[in-house]
Design a protein around this ligand. Structure first.
Ligand code: TIU
Length: 219
């Protein structure tokens, strides 16, 4: 299956390709969460919900592999680096009480995935303490066990957790395809540059496409 993509067409191998949805969590997408606490406009991310829903439904319908990630920490915060905790000099920080429970703490309402994209029980959920999905997680082992060599990476935010994960995946030998309408940034200029950085220099980190190209290929 050949898909329209930049910098050149992407050869999709469905049985070897997983959909990896990054951090579509209430803390990042809903008012009152961690994202808004950092001073961000969450409405910038919400436009990605509908395209992700369509892609997820089609991907599930084709019987292909889906994985989800969540950024967050143990309730005892033992995996929270002090540098991450104090960065930003905010009055409220990770682990403190917020409007949706303790901010970015596993098990709290704000840490969970938004209902629109909620994982099925059969879909692995990777809890990650960092921005990249490979750092301090079992993601690489799970992908290897499944025979996955390609990733369609979606979610938020484009320049932070999506870019970090794509770079980590690329160094581990995965081909990454990023549908631009399914990733979002709080900052329009970072959205554009975050995608440019992936596809520049002959696809130095991977490919960028529209989700319609993937939907068309799977039909
Ligand atoms: N702040 C920001 O843009 N992102 C994060 O903190 N985490 C993710 O991107 N998931």
């Amino acid at each position: 299956m050949t898909l329209d993509a930049e910098p050149y067409p992407f050869e999709l191998l469905p049985s070897r390709c997983a959909l990896l949805i990054i951090d579509m969590q209430r803390d990042f997408l809903e008012p009152g969460g961690f994202g808004e606490m950092l001073g961000n406009d969450v409405s910038q991310l919400r436009r990605t919900i509908e395209p992700n829903q369509k892609l997820l439904a089609t991907w599930r319908g084709a019987g292909l592999t889906v994985l989800h990630t969540r950024e967050g920490h143990r309730p005892d915060l033992a995996d929270l680096p002090p540098a991450k905790k104090i960065r930003g000099r905010s009055k409220t920080c990770i682990g403190d009480a917020g409007p949706m429970g303790r901010i970015l703490v596993r098990g709290e309402a704000g840490h969970d995935i938004i209902p629109e994209l909620y994982p099925l029980p059969s879909e692995p959920v990777i809890d990650k303490p960092g921005k990249g999905a490979f750092f301090a997680t079992d993601l690489h082992a799970i992908l290897q066990n499944l025979g996955i060599t390609q990733l369609v990476v979606t979610g938020v935010t484009t320049e932070v957790c999506v870019n970090t994960t794509v770079r980590e995946a690329n160094d581990r030998g995965y081909d990454c395809l990023v549908p631009e309408d399914c990733v979002g940034s709080y900052f329009p200029v970072f959205q554009e540059m975050g995608l440019n950085m992936i596809k520049a220099q002959g696809g130095i980190f991977g490919w960028v496409c529209r989700s319609e190209a993937i939907l068309a290929a799977l039909k």
